[in-house]
Ligand binder design. Structure first.
Ligand code: ZN
Ligand code: ZN
Length: 111
């Protein structure tokens, strides 16, 4: 498995956001609610249909990342304050979902 993008720094920004700085110098800030919402684990996304099992409405406004830990060479694991501890975020997903204005303006196909 090749990883196109690797972060060089993952840091909490206060309680409500996490900033990721990438190897290529790119930087993006993800709100904790946004990150919780894009969780791809089997509890959050149906493995067969790809359908989301959680709605943004069900995510607490004050959701916090209690613990951020690396998973192998490809991603991070986040323990959430709402009791969700199976969240795994591949770097490729995080980069693809970067919410900064530059990325939002880039068609995903071009990444
Ligand atoms: Zn999940
Ligand atoms: Zn970006």
């Amino acid at each position: 498995m090749t990883v196109a993008h690797r972060p060089v720094e993952i840091a909490k920004v206060g309680e409500a956001a996490i900033r990721i700085r990438w190897e290529d110098g790119h930087e993006g800030s993800y709100t904790t609610r946004y990150l919780r919402g894009i969780c791809q684990c089997a509890a959050c996304v149906d493995e067969w249909t790809g359908e989301k099992r959680i709605s943004m409405d069900s995510i607490p406004q004050d959701i916090r990342a209690l613990k951020i830990a690396p998973v192998g060479q490809y991603g991070i694991h986040i323990d959430w304050s709402d009791g969700h501890t199976t969240g795994i975020y591949a770097f490729d997903l995080l980069r693809k979902m970067c919410p900064c204005s530059a990325c939002l303006a880039t068609p995903l196909a071009a990444l």
